[in-house]
Design a binder for this molecule. Structure first.
Ligand SMILES: NC(=O)c1ccc[n+]([C@@H]2O[C@H](COP(=O)([O-])OP(=O)(O)OC[C@H]3O[C@@H](n4cnc5c(N)ncnc54)[C@H](OP(=O)(O)O)[C@@H]3O)[C@@H](O)[C@H]2O)c1
Length: 241
């Protein structure tokens, strides 16, 4: 039985120029898919092009800009597997009562971006294809200072269940990463190693995760034609801590 169902398939990864999205784009390409990856900044578009070395098509698109998304989807034509791993909103880390209303609202940029990706991309997705979004452990792991991330992640996971039901036979799923070593933590600067180590302390798998480990769950959800409406956690056991 051949497990490689990605050879010759068209895979589009929005938020595919760094971290989890880029690892997914490269993994899909490795499995023989034709891959289009897109992100917002020139910096990440250029670095993704350098890393991919022509194996994938890298484009500029913003989850909040329908025209830029359409340009990517039209370039692909028919999409077998659509992924959005874009961040798309601010990551507000503060007690709820210390956040301004705008800070709380801005975190939901991720949800609105994903909604636009799905709404714009759906007409291009093959009936036997899939859509996969990325939430995050805070959706179901409640911690101090994480109300914004938690509410957005939970909304993404519920949107996925609604879409799976409404968009069938297209399959719709979500991957929930734990603490993964990506550009998301670059803002920590010199303190990065120390702060990330503190975040994963006491976890069942006591280390930071790799983007490739999350990418393998995204690839699984593309390949498994019987998986829909489901959430795959790749979080080192964070939910059981
Ligand atoms: N790393 C973690 O520990 C972790 C944990 C839980 C959940 N997640 C989720 O995993 C997803 C991927 O994050 P990552 O860790 O791989 O971060 P990353 O390395 O910063 O990658 C994020 C990607 O999304 C793109 N992007 C951001 N906003 C965008 C927008 N509005 N439109 C289009 N592209 C956009 C970025 O490109 P530009 O910067 O050029 O826009 C980049 O390609 C995110 O949804 C994040 O919330 C990550």
């Amino acid at each position: 039985m051949s497990m490689n169902k990605l050879a010759g398939k068209n895979v589009v990864v929005i938020g595919g120029t760094s971290g989890i999205g880029l690892a997914t784009a490269l993994a899909a390409s490795e499995l023989g898919a034709n891959v289009w990856a897109a992100g917002r900044s020139d910096e990440h578009v250029e670095s993704a092009k350098r890393i991919a070395g022509g194996r994938i098509v890298v484009m500029k698109a913003d989850t909040h800009d329908q025209e830029s998304l359409l340009a990517v989807f039209r370039a692909a034509g028919t999409i077998d597997h659509l992924v959005s791993a874009a961040t798309g909103g601010t990551r507000t880390l503060k007690p709820f009562l210390e956040q301004t209303e705008d800070q709380f609202k801005d975190a939901f940029g991720k949800l609105w971006g994903y909604a636009k990706v799905v709404r714009t991309g759906a007409p291009f997705v093959a009936k036997d294809g899939s859509v996969t979004l990325v939430s995050g452990a805070p959706a179901r792991k409640i911690k101090a200072n994480s109300s914004a991330l938690s509410c957005v992640g939970a909304a993404v996971e519920n949107l996925v269940r609604c879409l799976a039901s409404e968009m069938a036979p297209i399959r719709v799923n979500v991957v929930s990463p734990g603490t993964i070593d990506t550009a998301l933590f670059d803002w920590m600067g010199d303190q990065r190693a120390e702060r990330v180590a503190a975040m994963v302390k006491g976890q069942l798998v006591e280390r930071v995760g790799r983007p490739e480990e999350v990418a393998s769950a995204l690839i699984y959800l593309m390949q498994n034609g019987y998986a829909t409406g489901t959430t795959v956690d790749v979080d080192g056991g964070q939910l059981l801590r």
